[in-house]
Design a binder for this molecule. Structure first.
Ligand code: ZN
Ligand code: ZN
Length: 357
């Protein structure tokens, strides 16, 4: 039995319970989790914004050590340090074969099958297939990416979602280049990672936008050259900082209609707008037919930073080694398993709360 933070009903709190996870089957890997970041998507799964079968163990931004491997696993061995990957690619479907493994049609299947049981035998689902809010988890071999032992676990964890998503949006989806103007709306772990990636490629100005000016220092620490408080005048403030045109690239890292509209209005004619935040099924964003034509903008959706973790995580670690990406700055608070509910309350405030085991 291992301790896990279990969601028994959407809308309810996570409860620390004992679960039985057994041994890895063919093609599976068992990981002792050392660190797990608390991501906004965990809250969306917990509160019902996103669908989730229960009971479930959430947590999809994790890192740990492989403690057992099932038959047929050659990718990793016992003792390897790994980052969990919540979108394991099958490498065989149309999307995988066409270089877009983040859109793999099979990536979500793991999350739909129970992987553990409560002490009364009730099957437990792994949130986003990774179930990192537990002392141990079992995932398919494609659900782990090996990292050097020298990478601290809390820093490895944030690579698993926030950094791949935020930096990936900048590097892969929008392909920001040196000298281009960037605006990032919503400065949680993902948005701050986007700022860092913009800094890493030499973009500028880099404008951070959030609801409160309490975020300004954090934004600047992560690469923002300017900071704007969101609201009715925010898009105008961004245009003022960008020669009156608007940013070449705007990123919405929130997923609300108002923030997507803000990113849209803060970008220039012919610029790009990338929707990184995961919004609700029933939230709708309106565009007039004329503005879609007239502004000549490109609107991108961005799943998992349009990145293949097998390629992206080593590349991001290379940037860390160069000193252009600062993972330590992202892990701003730590807690234990019982503290995840409180960490949900703090999601708007800092960068990332990391559950340490
Ligand atoms: Zn996440
Ligand atoms: Zn696939």
């Amino acid at each position: 039995m291992v301790k896990a933070a279990v969601l028994t009903r959407q809308g309810g709190p996570l409860e620390v319970r004992e679960i039985a996870i057994g041994e890895p089957g063919r093609g599976q890997v068992k990981v002792r989790v050392h660190a797990a970041g608390v991501c906004h998507s965990d809250l969306s799964l917990a509160n019902g914004t996103l669908a989730q079968e229960v009971p479930a163990v959430l947590g999809h931004e994790g890192a740990g050590v492989v403690v057992a491997v099932g038959d047929g696993v050659s990718r990793v061995a016992v003792g390897d340090h790994v980052v969990l990957n919540w979108a394991p690619a099958c490498r065989e479907c149309w999307f995988c074969e066409h270089g877009e493994p983040w859109l793999c049609v099979h990536a979500e299947e793991v999350a739909r099958s129970p992987y553990a049981t409560l002490d009364d035998g009730t099957p437990v689902y792994p949130g986003l297939g990774t179930a990192a809010f537990a002392e141990e988890t079992i995932v398919p071999a494609a659900g782990v990416v090996k990292v050097p032992d020298s990478v601290p676990m809390d820093q490895a964890a944030v690579l698993g979602c926030a950094v791949q998503t935020g930096a990936g949006a900048v590097l892969n989806t929008a392909r920001v280049r040196a000298g281009e103007a960037v605006v990032v709306v919503g400065l949680g772990g993902v948005g701050l990672s986007a700022l860092q990636a913009a800094r890493a490629v030499g973009a500028g100005p880099i404008i951070g936008v959030d609801v409160s000016d309490a975020k300004e220092d954090l934004a600047r620490l992560h690469g923002a050259t300017d900071f704007v408080v969101s609201g009715d005048t925010a898009a105008k403030a961004v245009r003022k900082l960008t020669g009156g045109r608007g940013a070449d690239h705007a990123f919405d890292c929130v997923g609300l209609p108002a923030t997507i509209r803000l990113a849209w209005s803060a970008s220039r004619r012919g610029g790009s707008v990338t929707v990184v935040g995961v919004g609700g099924r029933s939230s709708t964003v309106e565009f007039s037919a004329l503005e879609l034509y007239w502004f000549g903008r490109t609107l991108h959706g961005c799943v998992f930073g349009s990145s293949d973790p097998d390629v992206e995580i080593p590349r991001l670690l290379g940037l860390v080694e160069e000193g252009t990406l600062d993972l330590a700055a992202l892990a701003t608070a730590t807690t234990d398993l019982a503290g995840v509910n409180d960490a949900f309350e703090r999601l708007g405030q800092g960068a990332r709360t990391i559950v340490l085991f």
